[in-house]
Design a protein around this ligand. Structure first.
Ligand SMILES: [Zn+2]
Length: 352
């Protein structure tokens, strides 16, 4: 069997201003066979309260779809949703929200084999179109579960512009991180005698290039919002083609995981933690990090660790714990002597 026959691509990928006013037309243009089928609208209370007209408009357009409010992105609520989808013969799952809502809707649609329509309200990371869901399991534990990418991804630029700009910064950071992720992936392939998938590699590299070299570095510009939307969705496709998160996740993500796992009190978005990690990772890889700091500055991202309450000792400790968060993952950290002077030097330059 050809390896490439195993992957799925979304049938519809639309980025447009005010497209949430006619999601039904867009979806049925691509998927006429699901017209008239039963749908469920998955979101959370905050968004339901903030955008009541958008929610009721879309529900009406999909035959009076009921609203399912996600409380916690955990395995049990995703299973409960999947059970309801199966018992009530629901064909279409519409996810409207950010990471937690979308991961729950994506996983529930996957296990119930429903058509999943992804309507992101923020551009905070590349999980919106990835073939994985991160769900809570027991206590504070979370697990990354394989699933299917969305059948349709529809981004409304006016909705994204209403979201807090910190969410968009996070999406930029997650995309910038591909600079060091693809490098680590190639390194790992060499070390393990395997090969990277050339297309997944190129796509991830292009995601980075499209944001790093975008002429319009303004997070409120509609053209840029389109570029970032595409970069995040294509990042998901790179993971789908590669069959792993490797094209989008290397040592910079291990840094972000170490913060999540060992310093839960540090308030920093996933994407910003990734961007911070990418500066260190680029140094370890012997590559230019000034470029990354400069690019982030132009967009308004703050890469000074002190801004997030990360002092020098903490910064060093996070890096020292990073590789241990995913011991099976080969990255530049396997070949790096993380001596304190070097880490402090990186820290100092990030403060500039
Ligand atoms: Zn990420």
């Amino acid at each position: 069997m050809n390896q490439h026959s195993r992957f799925n691509l979304p049938l519809c990928m639309a980025v447009e201003e005010d497209i949430f006013e006619h999601v039904d037309q867009t979806v049925f243009d691509y998927l006429p066979e699901i017209k008239g089928k039963k749908a469920i609208f998955v979101t959370e209370k905050f968004l339901n309260d903030t955008y009541p007209d958008t929610v009721s408009g879309i529900c009406q357009d999909f035959g009076g779809a009921e609203v399912f409010l996600v409380t916690g992105a955990d395995f049990d609520s995703a299973s409960a949703l999947a059970k309801r989808i199966l018992i009530e013969n629901i064909t279409i799952v519409i996810g409207f929200g950010g990471g937690r809502v979308l991961d729950t809707a994506k996983y529930a649609a996957f296990i119930s084999k429903a058509v999943y329509i992804c309507l992101p309200t923020t551009l905070s990371n590349d999980s919106l179109a990835s073939p994985f869901s991160v769900l809570g399991t027991e206590g504070t534990n979370r697990k990354t579960l394989p699933c299917k990418i969305p059948t349709a991804v529809i981004v409304d630029t006016s909705m994204i512009l209403k979201a807090p700009v910190s969410q968009t910064y996070s999406g930029i950071g997650d995309t910038i991180g591909k600079y060091t992720a693809v490098y680590d992936w190639a390194l790992s392939a060499k070390a393990t005698g395997t090969r990277v998938d050339d297309f997944a590699y190129s796509i991830a590299q292009m995601c980075y290039d499209s944001v790093a070299h975008c002429d319009e570095k303004s997070v409120t510009n509609k053209g840029f919002i389109k570029t970032l939307s595409r970069a995040l969705v294509m990042g998901g496709l790179a993971m789908e083609i590669a069959g792993s998160s490797r094209p989008c996740s290397g040592s910079e993500h291990l840094f972000a995981h170490a913060i999540e796992e060992y310093y839960p009190d540090i308030k920093i978005s996933h994407g910003l933690a990734v961007a911070l990690g990418a500066v260190g990772a680029a140094n370890f890889q012997g590559r230019d990090d000034l470029n990354l700091i400069d690019i982030c500055k132009k967009y308004g991202l703050d890469l000074n660790p002190a801004s997030y309450g990360i002092d020098k000792d903490t910064f060093c400790d996070i890096w020292n714990r990073a590789a241990g968060t995913r011991p099976d993952r080969v990255t530049i950290l396997n070949d790096t002597d993380l001596n304190k002077d070097w880490l402090c030097d990186i820290y100092d330059r990030m403060q500039g």
